[in-house]
Design a protein around this ligand. Sequence first.
Ligand code: ZN
Length: 415
Amino acid sequence: MTPIELFTQGLGLQAPWRVSSSDFNVKDGLRLVLSCDETASLCCPQCGKPCPRYDATEREWQHLGFWQHATHLRARVPRVSCSEHGVRLVSVPWARPEMGFTLLFEAFALQLIKEMPVLAAARLLGVTDQRLWRLIHHHVDVSRSEQLLTRVTKIGIDETSANAKTPYITVVVDMDSARVVFATPGKDGATIEAFSKDFTEHGGDPTNITDVSSDMSAAFISGVNAHLPKAQITFDKFHVTKLVTEALDEVRRAEVATEGFAAILKGSRYALLRNVETQSEDQAALARVIALPQLHLKSGRAYRLKLAFQDAYRHCGDQGVTALRNWCSWARRSQLPDFLRVARTIRSHWDGVIRYFTSRLTNAVLEGINSLIQSAKARARGFRTVKNLIAMVYVIAGKLPFPQPSPRRHLLGQW
Ligand SMILES: [Zn+2]
């Protein structure tokens, strides 16, 4: 077998394409020239109709390295003259039109950037990070433009921090498939309007959204009411619980600062704030002492309120609603202004809070995605633009149909 035959076979090329020459030197790496059979019949890339040849134009693509050496493919790609679509470049099996990389290179690069910062992947692949970012945006745009969201009915909404210029982006997740279906700058009501518009463009009907899980942000609530008219909101359990633990911490802090109470409350912060399951033995013992009713500690009362609140959330359906209603009246009678405030907030968001007992929706999936986004941000030491951050959110958590390099696939990667 000649080297030319070897490369043709190695690249999985089929007629009318073959490798016609190869050139290697240590400085520039490997360069393979591909050529198309002069007599082959060619088709219009748009309509697929056989068309006469018009001319040919020189193109080059970066392919996966030949060991440590850069590998480029070069070819004179024919153009055809279609009676309907004019002069068009024919499609080649190893690359997308107008892309400077082969498909296998793209697939490998996209796999790498899920695991490492774009700059590091660019160095490894021997390209600039700007070129890699262009590739990422191209893939995200193409994959998203083909995405159909007709089946999405339950969504979760949350914000995550972005950068100094744009402090937040809002992320929308399809609850059934646990993937990000939309991300946009900001955290106001306009983000829901933008989602509704984008959702429609992807075949979705905003009136099909039956459930939304979110925090109690007034902007999200009004956005959902205005743009997702059939949706019922479930306020995320973790965000509601946070109100209670913050109130507990306020009560404890005020009491520590009160004369005579510092000693007994020493080291009580994590003993009281931690969940029972994660307390150490010492913390559990201290919390039990503080909670003794005979001691008449405000922190003890607040801690008992927290335990009762968590207990209420363990119920389902009407039992949960009753338990939470009882909790609110206890909180109102507790003579702890911080808890009175929490009870008031819960009562004024009542329908969305108790919706949990039937929908069982929480933002747990979003919390997981959020930490993936934040660790990608930390790895990359921040993203230069919000556009880049959003593209990365789709790459990490959008479950977009990116090409996967596969040893069984045609070496140049066809899909
Ligand atoms: Zn055509």
